[in-house]
Design a protein around this ligand. Sequence first.
Ligand SMILES: [Cu+2]
Length: 319
Amino acid sequence: MSELIQEMSQRHMRLSHLMWHVSRERWNVMSHDEQQSFRQRFGDDWAPPRPSLSRDGTPLLDNDAGRDFLFMHRVMVEHARMVVSRSTDPPILEWGSGLPGPDDPNFPPPITPWSVTAATYPEKRADVWEKELEQAAELTSPESIRGMPLGVLGTLIEYGIHARLHLRYGDVATNGKTREPKNQAPEANDVWDEPGYDTLFDAYSAHVHPWFWGIHTWIDEQVNVWERENGTIDWGGAWLGGWSSHNHDHDHDHDHDHDHEHNHEHGQGHKAHVLNCEDDTEKLVDAINELPLYGGCGLYKSQLSSEDISRLLIERPWK
Ligand SMILES: [Cu+2]
């Protein structure tokens, strides 16, 4: 098994990724008192400064939560590149030069089990997907990105094409499992921590799936487009939750030719962020379980509709 999959399927990594997503999505559902008691029990680290959804589940466009989304996943991508660079693993899957088309034979949407069909997930249909890709191309064109706040870009991606990519490529996990409800921490149970629990439907496992890196390297490339159009980003204050990152020097001693067009310096002495979390898994489990449950919808189901995104791209209310 690859070192990357081993690293990503650690219980600690899984809990941190799930916690990062659910705390910013569920924070506004808690009352002020509940938020205070959460802070008292678990400290401020996982109390999101910029929740990404309103109380009723609407994505928030005006508080820069989308900037946190872009930064945190950029750090995850750097961490993954660092892990493979110091192992004998192949490079991570890179979609920075473009998302797979609706009929790409290498990346077919899984539609086999009864619960994972094109009827339940319209994203899996080629006609629907063609339109999604068109809209993503429009959203991320230089003309559209010029003058768009970074946080707006992050939110339009997170609750648009990103959520739909998870659903399009989501499948029953390799170990045959599906987990409900999706925001609750799983009991300590080897089933959920097996490397084979890798479904893109669940933030507890999505980052174990190799296509996760395709999705997030494409997103990361859009951040590079943003910088070309609007200037260099200062990521100061972007939220990583209880994860901290430090710069890690490493050499690209296996000079894979995947190392194209990163916006940072190439070659020796390359610095990558490395993720680290001091919290023990018991604390993370308790904190996740303290958050209000999702109702009928789970992670990656909260979305901005394509119609909403089209309207926003015309009205550009952030201007
Ligand atoms: Cu994520």
